[in-house]
Design a protein around this ligand. Structure first.
Ligand code: F6R
Length: 365
């Protein structure tokens, strides 16, 4: 049932304050401001020398964001792979290390095969899944469910933000377990997480502006997405979302990689979406924007009020996001990224919920 929405994707985008809130309530004790994992872990984070994260598509970008969080909060090295590569390259896993798998459907063939491989190597397996009865959930040693509810649109939206919420909680737990986060650090991070559902609701109010912008984007043949730090995986996600539902070619790049090749593509016909909350790498991203502007590129800047004030570059459109702690911006900036893909696809007249050549659950390799 699409409620009053034209597409499931629109409905699922708008459900995010609620379902991310449900997921938060499952993993965080608001009273004590501590993370609480639903299951007792069969290992000690202190014994984990390395974490591997494996998934496909959008789920892999959630894992990519989580890599930054695990490394920052818990100082544990994280290796990230797409499942189709991980399963065949026979990655050396140490017995007792932690292997995390992320999947909305819990049935993705490559992710399942990667899970079976990790098990065969003696790793602890933990899956973040949206379908609790799925094969990946059943075969994992530890299951951390996302409470997104059924996701019908082929393009993953609410599952992604719920995956990020679960992974943030897990990364905080890892930081605590390894003694890298004090109680006060943890409380501060939990505070930040608790704000996220409200911030997502605020981010949804950018929709009319994005709808207008989508009419411009729909005229383009190619779109470039740039980001640094945790905004980099989000740039990859933005490009994936746009290409899969609007069929407009898009690429996501680490902003710092621009001058190593993709800058050659920039002209007045290629919009450049820059995801840049005002954080510790903001100034660096501004200099990349200057490089784009100097070549006549049209910049669409997603930032907050402070960023808009400090960005010394002319942008075509600036999407002002709510002020928030820098750590969890990817969960909130996912909203304008999803809305831009959605409205562009609507303008293009594509089948938004059932894009050509794609299946919701990829059970063949
Ligand atoms: C993109 C998308 C796909 C899935 C990928 C993994 O919007 O939906 O990239 O994220 O096929 O699927 P799951 O999460 O079911 O393993």
């Amino acid at each position: 049932d699409k409620a009053n929405y034209r597409h499931f994707m629109a409905k699922e985008i708008h459900e995010q304050p609620e379902v991310v809130g449900h997921t938060l309530a499952r993993y965080v004790d608001m009273g004590t401001e501590r993370v609480m994992l639903p299951a007792r872990l069969p290992f000690d984070f202190n014994d984990i020398q390395r974490i591997s994260i494996t998934a496909c598509g959008t789920a892999s970008y959630a894992g990519f964001v989580a890599k930054y969080w695990f490394e920052r909060f818990a100082r544990v090295p994280v290796e990230l792979d797409v499942a189709s590569e991980f399963r065949y390259r026979e990655a050396p896993l140490r017995k007792g290390d932690l292997a995390i798998f992320i999947s909305q459907s819990g049935e993705t063939a490559d992710t399942l095969a990667a899970l079976r491989y990790a098990k065969s190597q003696g790793a602890h397996t933990l899956s973040v899944v949206n379908v609790p009865t799925s094969t990946i959930a059943r075969e994992s040693e530890i299951v951390m469910p996302t409470l997104a509810g059924p996701e019908i649109g082929v393009a993953s939206t609410k599952a992604f933000t719920c995956q990020l919420m679960v992974l943030a909680a897990l990364a905080i737990a890892a930081g605590r377990g390894r003694g890298e986060l004090s109680e006060a650090d943890e409380a501060k991070l939990v505070h930040g997480l608790v704000e996220v559902p409200r911030l997502i609701a605020a981010a949804l109010t950018t929709e009319p502006q994005i709808e207008k912008l989508a009419r411009e984007i729909a005229k383009s043949k190619d779109v470039l997405y740039l980001g640094r730090g945790t905004s980099y995986p989000l740039a990859l996600e933005g490009a994936l979302k746009l290409k899969e539902i609007s069929y407009i070619h898009a690429e996501g790049y680490a902003a710092g990689e621009l001058k190593h090749g993709p800058i050659a593509l920039i002209d007045e016909t290629m919009p450049v979406v820059v995801i840049a909350p005002y954080d510790r790498v903001f100034e660096k991203t501004v200099s990349n924007m200057q490089e784009v502007a100097a070549r006549g590129g049209n910049i669409i800047l997603m930032t907050d009020a402070k960023g808009a004030e400090e960005a010394t570059v002319e942008s075509l459109v600036t999407i002002i996001m709510p002020d928030m702690a820098a750590t969890f911006t990817p969960i909130v900036y996912a909203i304008p990224v999803q809305l831009l893909a959605y409205h562009t696809a609507v303008v293009m007249g594509t089948d938004v919920d059932q894009p050509r050549n794609l299946a919701k659950s990829v059970t063949v390799e």
